[in-house]
Design a protein around this ligand. Structure first.
Ligand code: GH3
Ligand code: MG
Ligand code: MG
Ligand code: MG
Ligand code: MG
Length: 312
């Protein structure tokens, strides 16, 4: 006989593992038209353990930002195709890039020009020639702080999953990425069954523990490349790149069974909780809006069909 897993043990166990994760290297985008300069400065940052994404054509910056999570943009001022000033202004017009620091790296020494660049959306100005240690430290400090702030902004406090705003942004990014590559993508909306009665019977803190235990199961069972968000109170959204609707359904159905077997506990009482989920996939639905609507309507069907099931 398999001993049922207790929700409390599960949360404790997994929380213990959380801080042990190896920190991701800082992702720096280096916008520089000169190959020599890009190789030199990129090399310095890479030697310091950062991951450098060189963009030599400023026209590609917005696409590159969508492709690759970026902690800081280090940008040349004068490039033949486009002025660094103008580019900073364009980047700042996209809300999801508003928190990425833009640091100019240029031989421009006139203070009024430097200040002008900052007023367009730059956060700092480094003047060439620059001491390697100065460059590395300036970039690392700013990128590290931006990453901390960003993680506060995008994280759901109760579960540590992505919050509503961030999972919606992620869906936009992933749909864009998937259409360009003509790839696959599944989207899942998930809602805990009769959650109101969990709260009513066992109290809100017990309800919170149930939400956290579901978040942990999802983190444990889904792939690292999947994005998991808390969409609302007891609703979750999951983005699964490279998955068909059938594959996503199979995975979610396995998770559904595991979760339903977890022994939840509150005030000495034991109980189990289930969830329902609706699945939709690209390219059947090719925009974030239609994917969300289709997954939502599948979820509604799952509820009406009796709950505790996953439906396409
Ligand atoms: P259904 O199976 O149809 O989904 O029924 P339900 O009771 O789960 O659905 P309903 O939307 O009526 O209730 C959701 C409840 O979730 C209402 C709200 O009080 C509760 N809730 C929302 N957010 C939280 C939270 O963060 N913590 C707790 N404990 N409860 C929450
Ligand atoms: Mg140049
Ligand atoms: Mg609900
Ligand atoms: Mg519910
Ligand atoms: Mg991702």
């Amino acid at each position: 006989l398999v001993k049922p897993v207790s929700a409390h043990d599960l949360i404790d166990q997994l929380d213990k593992f959380a801080p042990a994760r190896i920190p991701e290297p800082l992702n720096i985008m280096l916008v520089e038209d000169s190959r020599t300069q890009a190789t030199y400065f990129g090399g310095l940052l890479e030697q310091a353990g950062m991951r450098v994404n060189i963009v030599s054509d400023p026209m590609n910056v917005l696409d590159a930002l969508e492709e690759q999570a970026t902690d800081l943009i280090l940008m040349d001022m004068y490039m033949p195709q486009c002025d660094g000033n103008e580019l900073a202004k364009v980047i700042r017009q996209v809300p999801r890039y508003a928190s990425i620091p833009i640091v100019f790296l240029s031989s421009e020494t006139q203070v009024d020009r430097q200040l002008d660049a900052m007023s367009r959306g730059g956060d700092d100005f480094l003047t060439k020639p620059i001491e390697p240690a100065h460059l590395i430290r300036s970039v690392a400090i700013r990128a590290e702080r931006a990453r901390q702030l960003r993680s506060l902004m995008v994280t759901d406090n109760l579960t540590g999953l992505l919050n509503h705003t961030r999972i919606k942004e992620e869906l936009e990014n992933e749909v864009g990425r998937t259409s360009r590559r003509e790839g696959k993508l599944a989207f899942v909306m998930l809602d805990i069954d009769h959650f109101k009665s969990v709260n009513d019977t066992h109290g809100h803190p017990a309800g919170d523990t149930v939400i956290r235990s579901l978040a942990r199961v999802l983190q444990q069972r889904l792939r690292r490349t999947d994005s998991i968000g808390r969409y609302g109170g007891e609703e979750f959204a999951i983005i699964m790149p490279d998955a068909t609707a059938e594959q996503a359904t199979r995975t979610l159905d396995g998770i559904r069974r595991s979760f339903a077997s977890i022994r939840q506990e509150a005030g000495g009482e034991q109980f189990t909780v289930t969830f329902s989920a609706g699945v939709a996939a690209f390219p059947d639905y090719a925009t974030p809006e239609t994917l969300t609507m289709a997954a939502d309507s599948a979820l509604y069907k799952a509820k009406n069909a009796g709950r505790n099931r996953v439906i396409i």
